[in-house]
Design a protein around this ligand. Structure first.
Ligand code: SAH
Length: 346
């Protein structure tokens, strides 16, 4: 099967899928995301959206949406930070796009009594102004992977090792999953990458990302709003970034299907190309710094001592330092035609 089909089964299979069967985040889970590292992440992004809402004339009704909210920490921080922005909560209809029933329950608990609607797809978002967040959502969407071969491409496939041929005792490895490359073929969707790749180069393509970007950007274009998309990756897909994380360590993505988090780096050029509205692109470190993380960090630090202070200062560094998440993570902002980018993206 294609890598994308393998990823989809491993992550979202109703009985055995990684996201459907467990709550994989936080210190006890397999990986830690920015909102789980510090409350400052959600506070700053929430106030960024609220300021952009004010700058857009404070529409009386809008969707405050998040794609793949995980434990609900980011939205909880956004709601707490924006509670004192006059009219913002009264106008916001909170909508979460979440595939996992287990995580929906966790999100419900995280958001207390705040009214929330869950939807399955970005296409289900109402036709009204949209202010949307997505952190580490696009990296979890299945990718197809291709290796350049002359003017064509060979696709990475997951196959079952039949045993015998390449194992010493003829049985070892039988039934194990392994990667293989399909026969080379020309591919219209990667035509534009022939100019900047050479034979042997690997390029990844996320089929689900484009349609989601089209749904979001069409609402922002027609009704106004903004979207903030944060993830690890770069401007264009290059190289093999398919990876598995378990217990905060990299592991073999084929070894335990459904037990590890499978992801790939996000191709922000592909997201930007699929958007039908203006976009702005910066590193996470640049955006958080422009939004005032230094001032917020100092204010929180003033109330802390000892190990709590050390943890807080380490979290600030982790979110912004180029050697940590600061430059590996990028932020893409979508905004309506004829409007300025949201604060932090100018
Ligand atoms: N944003 C959170 C969690 C990131 S993990 C954080 O920063 O901590 C990815 C999230 O996206 C999980 O909530 C997962 O269940 C959800 N998800 C993955 N694929 C999805 C899909 N196709 N549709 C909706 N939600 C999905």
């Amino acid at each position: 099967m294609r890598l994308a089909d393998y990823m989809a089964e491993c992550l979202l299979h109703p009985e055995h899928g990684y996201y459907t069967t467990q709550v994989p985040f936080g210190a006890a889970g397999d990986f830690t995301t920015a909102p789980e590292i510090s409350q400052m992440f959600g506070e700053l992004l929430g106030l960024c959206l609220a300021q952009h809402w004010l700058d857009s004339g404070a529409p009386a009704r809008f969707t405050l949406a998040e794609l793949g909210p995980g434990r609900g920490t980011l939205m909880a921080d956004v709601l707490r930070a924006t509670a004192r922005v006059p009219g913002f909560h009264a106008a916001a209809e909170v909508t979460l796009i979440e595939a996992s029933p287990a995580l929906r329950a966790t999100q419900r608990a995280a958001l207390g009594t705040h009214p929330v609607t869950w939807r399955d797809h970005a296409g289900d978002l109402p036709q009204q102004p949209l202010f949307l967040l997505a952190n580490e959502f696009f990296d979890a969407l299945p990718i197809r992977q291709f290796t350049r071969d002359a003017a064509g491409w060979r696709e990475t496939m997951v196959t079952e090792n039949a045993g015998g041929a390449n194992s010493a005792d003829g049985t070892q490895g039988a039934g194990r999953l392994q990667l293989a490359l399909s026969a080379p073929a020309p591919l219209a969707l990667l035509e534009h990458r022939l100019a900047d790749t050479a034979p042997g180069d690997v390029v990844e393509y996320c089929p689900a990302a484009g349609p989601i970007m089209a749904e979001i950007s069409s609402r922002i274009t027609r009704h106004g709003g903004a979207a903030l998309i944060v993830d690890y990756g770069g401007w264009q897909s290059r190289g093999d970034t398919f990876q598995a994380l378990r217990n905060h360590a990299f592991t073999d993505p084929l070894a335990e299907p459904g037990q590890a988090d499978l992801t790939a780096h996000v191709d922000f050029a592909a997201l930007a190309q699929a958007a039908t509205c203006p976009v702005a692109y910066r590193t996470q470190g640049e955006v958080l710094t422009a939004l005032g993380i230094a001032a917020r960090s100092s204010a929180l630090a003033a109330r802390l001592t000892g190990p709590a202070l050390d943890t807080h200062l380490a979290a600030t560094r982790r979110l912004t330092d180029p050697a940590e998440m600061g430059t590996l993570f990028k932020a893409l902002a979508l905004h309506a035609p004829g409007t300025l980018p949201p604060p932090g993206f100018a």
